[in-house]
Design a protein around this ligand. Structure first.
Ligand SMILES: Cc1cc2nc3c(=O)[nH]c(=O)nc-3n(C[C@H](O)[C@H](O)[C@H](O)COP(=O)(O)OP(=O)(O)OC[C@H]3O[C@@H](n4cnc5c(N)ncnc54)[C@H](O)[C@@H]3O)c2cc1C
Length: 412
């Protein structure tokens, strides 16, 4: 029999997480609202977050780790609980639906999947390095970034130019990385570099993942890239100049860094989809409430058919997105095989769905929809952003079409 109810365990986790956020995080946000919700205080002149914001983020991470939430999706091999994709999707949905646009919640209470925290990429660390570094990452004291994209290589990741050359027992690395989330604040970087240009040219390998302390000489985050109307940001540009990294800091195998990079990326895509589904539900609720109050031409706007159509379109979109994402998460959980086509459909659909829903919800609010006060414009900007990282919508369509053309026409 089909069962669409979340397990009791998942419901308990979500309720516990909400209690933790309400008791620990929201009061901290309220006490610091002038710092957190005024961009001029939140960011420094150079676009980095204010050190006091960083302190608060660290405090929340560490409290969340103590309360058992920070590592619940972290790799089991590294001490995380590795809860499955269905729970991950529903937890991200709950965060988006109940706490949208909160500065100390998203990617703080639970780290970004696979690019921070106990990411499965770190399964490939040598035991000695695990002993040295994992405790700080597990407690939330230290954070990571994932350095793959470059100014000339984004979708086409095989085109990276950052090079590592062997010198004795060390690798000397030179290059530039761009768009690296959390790099201005991270303690460690999972850095990708070409170690064998011939293998790289045949697109069969030749790229290696290194574990780098961001305080190392030759590793500099030059600037922050502000995105979509913000005066600062989370993503940075990294200059790497004669950075020396010991051989033992290779994560996994030499020349086989991409299998590392892909390890866990699908969980990231599903988590992002869950967030979109949650945000969209929150936005629709705002629209419904407004449509029941706002009056024009002597009646509530919810009585105008055009407004009703927009509400109904949002509901259809959310329902479709939520069920396709849940089905995909269930498929991953029960088959152990990565359903590539479905993950691409879910990531592209859910991020685009969030944009469509926010667009209509802003329209339903009229002028108020554009005001900063209601946070609809912030969600709209976020939705627009999410169509690019973790694979653009076009790259996901390419993946879907390629699978179809190879005969994968299954929708089970
Ligand atoms: C907010 C944000 C955070 C990010 N965080 C990280 C991070 O932490 N670490 C990291 O390594 N990277 C990160 N990235 C980089 C991200 O993965 C890339 O931006 C993304 O892969 C797209 O690459 P690009 O920007 O170079 O665009 P390009 O690859 O140059 O693409 C340009 C356009 O061409 C389209 N296109 C490209 N190739 C094809 C094709 N074959 N068929 C059809 N259309 C195509 C794209 O869809 C896009 O519309 C982040 C990006 C953003 C915006």
């Amino acid at each position: 029999m089909l069962n669409f109810n979340p397990s009791e365990e998942t419901v308990e986790i979500i309720n516990g997480l909400k209690r933790f956020i309400d008791k620990v995080v929201i009061p901290l946000e309220d006490e610091n609202s002038e710092l957190l919700y005024n961009e001029r205080n939140y960011y420094l002149e150079n676009g980095k977050r204010h050190p006091k914001v960083e302190e608060l983020r660290k405090k929340v991470r560490m409290e969340s780790a103590k309360a058992g939430f920070y590592n619940m999706f972290g790799a089991q091999e590294l001490g995380g609980e590795e809860l499955g994709p269905v729970t991950s999707l529903l937890v991200q949905e709950a965060i988006g639906k109940n706490y949208p646009n909160r500065k100390l919640i998203e990617t703080v209470v639970i780290p970004s999947p696979f690019t921070n925290g106990l990411t499965p990429v770190l399964n490939g660390l040598k035991q000695e390095l695990k002993d040295q570094y994992l405790e700080g990452i597990r407690t939330g004291e230290k954070t990571l970034c994932f350095g793959l994209t470059e100014p000339d290589a984004g979708s086409d990741v095989w085109g990276i130019k950052t090079k590592a050359v062997k010198d004795g027992n060390e690798w000397v690395i030179n290059g530039t990385k761009q768009w690296i989330t959390n790099s201005p604040y991270a303690d460690y970087c999972m850095l990708f570099a070409v170690t064998n240009p011939d293998m790289q040219a045949s697109r069969k390998g030749g790229i290696t993942c290194f574990f780098v302390d961001t305080k190392s000489e030759g590793f500099d985050v030059d600037s922050v890239v502000p995105v979509m109307g913000e005066i600062g940001g989370d993503a940075g540009i990294i200059s790497i100049e004669n950075l020396r990294v010991p051989e033992e800091n290779i994560i996994g195998e030499l020349d086989n860094g991409f299998s590392r990079a892909m390890n866990g990326i699908n969980n990231g895509r599903l988590g992002m989809s869950g967030k979109c589904i949650g945000y969209a539900q929150w936005a629709l609720k705002q629209a419904v409430d407004y449509a029941n109050i706002r009056q024009t031409f002597g009646k509530k706007i919810g009585e105008h058919q055009t407004i009703q159509n927009m509400l109904a379109d949002c509901a259809m979109d959310i329902y479709a997105a939520r069920n396709m994402a849940l089905h995909c998460a269930w498929k991953i959980e029960n088959s152990k095989k990565q359903p590539t086509k479905e993950i691409s459909m879910v990531k592209a659909y859910c991020t685009e769905m969030m944009g469509r829903v926010y667009d209509k919800v802003i329209q339903i609010h009229g002028g108020m929809g554009l005001s900063n006060e209601l946070k609809l414009e912030a969600g709209y900007r976020l939705a627009r952003t999410l169509r690019i990282p973790d694979g653009t919508s076009e790259i996901h369509r390419r993946t879907i079409a390629r699978r179809l053309l190879k005969g994968d026409l299954s929708f089970n």
